[in-house]
Design a protein around this ligand. Sequence first.
Ligand code: GLU
Length: 449
Amino acid sequence: MTEVQTYLYELKIKLEQNYAHQPEFMQAVDEFLGTVAPFLEKNPQYVANNLLELLVIPERIIEFRVPWQADTGDWKVNTGFRVQYNSALGPYKGGLRFHPTVNQSIVKFLGFEQIFKNSLTQLPIGGGKGGSDFDPKGKSNAEIMRFCQSFMQELQKYIGPNQDVPAGDIGVGGREIGYLFGEYKRLNSYQAGVLTGKPLAFWGSLARTEATGYGLVYFVKHLLADINETLQNKKVIVSGSGNVAIYAIEKAQALGAKVIGCSDSSGYIIDNEGIDLATVKEIKEVKRGRINEYLTIHPHAQFFEGQNIWETHEKYEIALPCATQNEISAEQAQNMIAQGVKIVAEGANMPTTLTAVTILKENQVIYCPGKAANAGGVSVSGLEMSQNSQRLPWTFEEVDEKLDEIMENIYKKCRDTANEYSTPMDLMAGANIAGFERVALAMTLQGLV
Ligand code: GLU
């Protein structure tokens, strides 16, 4: 073993001893450590400085009680989190997730990935993440508001436009950001840049709602352009039907692709005539309903209750997993290959398990990791921060054009870094190394802090 390999091996053992009880966090770290050796061989100073151990330990984790009152009058309590992971490149930046699965392992994996994602955007933002195990499903608007206010009562002590700038993630959209912002303002002052993903009614950025989904499709567009192809007539399956999925479908369709399936936690739908996005938007954005309601308007479509969309027997070329972490297992990856998938581009964070990634790569499927492919959301968050500082809103076209440009740069950076340090089109290695390179240099220049 080389010195680098020994270093990485010993670090991995140490982390496994300390964090075996945090499987999602260990999964994200393992994926990263498994790709960076060639870069470290050329940059031994980072091993000498033990930079990787510094990097995997968050600068700070805040965990707090969130008491709130249900409409029934009952007293409820949830746990809130904010992991302020790395501030070498700028204020901590990353979303808040409200979902019953949220725990320290989940926010740490998300925060760890966010460091490299944010670095890849080339914007001046560090990495962070947060959320709560609060389940917004079935809650009234008043309950959502009270929960957000209570959450912010505590979080406001730790955030600010130059300190830490949260945004949305699963379960946190414009409505929640609005309530969180209102409470922050009441307790502090009007600091527009303290949160991003704000509603357009006050200081939000045009194209932020669309950004993650659009950015994902732009990433795929630039990848296809490299092999003289386009999205025209490509068959696509998208998992999920939330914010990322909806705008991925919209942009894929606009570029000529045929999207035949999408899903939610209750099951998935297949519409061989092409998903009617207006119906999905009505169900999800307006009614906050379930995906099987699609069949009441489009009875020719099929609904597969309780099943995972990646088990479908439909043929398609491009998979856009936009639901949640670990939605693609090894078996599902095998099935995707059997259905003809050529590109898997992640709109969600870590939707593909590590064994599934290996299977996809072994079968020459081009795998685009979320930290690169879904960076469009946080990119436009960065642009929202710029507009807020300037006190000047940009047009939709201006923001959208910048987003496309950022996604092209990220794709090319990952491709070129893979060529330099790994095998061609190993975009996972490319994303990890390119993301790490900027952070590692900044950390080194700032000394041991
Ligand atoms: N939650 C999103 C992500 O995973 C967006 C974060 C942000 O805009 O700060 O990147």
